[in-house]
Ligand binder design. Structure first.
Ligand code: SAM
Length: 250
């Protein structure tokens, strides 16, 4: 999987290139990550990348020409024809299925991270294939949004996660019926007066699997009832959820 990023703050990407799962994926050659700074494609002495908006109003807008030149350079470096994504609050909401689809398609991706009030609309209209938002709030820049997307899709690149931590076990996965994850515990079994649920110490794999499913359903019911409303639960799941609700309310 190859990702290129057009950004005024390439140094921010050290966070994913030097830490954690994504850095390991890069070292193992499973993820390619490269950045292009529009400032490197300016021609004036001040390396200008923004200007005042036509029509007046607050803030600045990123200039189209340095962005386009950076994009052209990134496209030339891409291993195949890339998909160009602009991150913006005005985009389609990013979710787990998008992350998985990007990783499975293995199409090279070039992200444009906006700053200021955003980028000149003509770049969006002419050069961008897709607009993605990471949520209904406004960040100061697109870099964190791009890193969120790259981190989430990296977990789905075959070979990145070991069997133990595989992405299908995580919240929102199809394998998990789109539910939230169950709670996790580790040593010690008793922490002051808090004990680990005894079933997890029982060694009974069937009972543990049942408990985890019940907890997933229960956590989803407690924290994301909107997800449950969209699901049709089979009889076993309905019974497990009813059991969770009874225990919770007693
Ligand atoms: N004026 C813009 C608006 O109201 O939609 C906000 C611009 S924001 C300060 C600067 C940049 O941050 C945007 O161009 C975009 O690239 C990025 N950004 C901000 N919030 C985002 C979000 N929720 N999802 C994705 N990108 C976001």
């Amino acid at each position: 999987m190859w990702c290129g990023v057009i950004t005024l703050f390439p140094q921010m990407f050290k966070v994913i290139s030097e830490c954690g799962v994504s850095s390991r994926a890069i070292k193992e050659g499973l993820l390619g990550l490269a950045t292009w700074d529009p400032r490197d494609f300016t021609t004036d002495n001040y390396a200008t990348v923004d200007d005042r908006p036509f029509g007046g109003g607050p803030g600045m807008v990123m200039l189209a020409t340095p962005l386009r030149k950076a994009l052209e350079s990134a496209k030339r470096a891409a291993p195949r024809k890339p998909r160009v994504i602009y991150v913006s609050p005005a985009g389609k909401r990013f979710d787990a299925s998008m992350a998985r689809k990007f990783a499975m398609n293995d199409e090279p991706l070039i992200f444009i991270a906006g700053r200021y009030e955003g980028i000149d609309q003509r770049v969006i209209e002419h050069d961008v294939d897709e607009i993605i938002s990471i949520g209904d709030y406004v960040l100061s820049g697109g870099e964190l949004a791009v890193m969120v997307i790259i981190d989430a899709l990296t977990r789905w690149i075959p070979g990145v996660l070991g069997h133990e931590q595989s992405a299908p076990n995580d919240a929102f996965s199809e394998e998990n019926a789109g539910l939230l994850d169950c709670p996790h515990y580790t040593r010690p079994a008793t922490l002051e007066n808090q004990s680990v649920p005894s079933v997890l110490l029982s060694g009974d794999h069937q009972a543990i699997k049942r408990w985890r499913k019940k907890q997933s359903l229960g956590q989803t019911w407690l924290n994301r009832p909107d997800i449950l409303e969209k699901l049709t639960l089979d009889e076993t799941s309905q019974a497990l959820l009813a059991e969770f609700q009874q225990e919770y309310e007693s």
